[in-house]
Design a protein around this ligand. Structure first.
Ligand SMILES: [Zn+2]
Length: 124
């Protein structure tokens, strides 16, 4: 399995996506808590939403900054194209989210556009 040449970029890309998911979840939890408990935490909700948008912007910026060396497409930007048939979809998480989860949890991923498998290096 070849090492992804832009490992540092895809790692920042993946971790910022995970941070965005977490912050969106936090904003939803805060919103539900505020509604259920009738507490005034509007500032905290706005803060979580702002942090979510920042993380999402960082994710988008880094997602555009690297490309698969095999097919020239962005591994974490799905678009409307069909996924490569060799990319596993059985877990319910597929497409760009699968790439993000695989980079964070396994330090490897398959390009969803061409199916090429890459290892994510620690220092690259
Ligand atoms: Zn590719």
């Amino acid at each position: 399995m070849q090492v992804y040449p832009q490992s540092r970029l895809i790692k920042i890309d993946a971790y910022s996506a995970v941070a965005a998911w977490g912050l969106l979840g936090l904003a939803i939890v805060l919103f539900l808590a505020a509604a259920a408990l009738k507490v005034h935490i509007f500032g905290a909700i706005i803060g979580a939403i702002t942090a979510f948008m920042l993380a999402a912007l960082i994710h988008l910026g880094f997602a555009l900054a690297h490309k698969c060396p095999h097919c020239g497409k962005h591994p974490t930007i799905q678009g409307f194209a069909k996924l490569h048939p060799s990319v596993p979809t059985a877990t319910g998480v597929d497409g760009w989210a699968r790439v993000v989860v695989d980079v964070v949890r396994r330090q490897e991923f398959a390009c969803m556009h061409c199916g090429t498998r890459f290892k994510v290096a620690d220092a690259a």
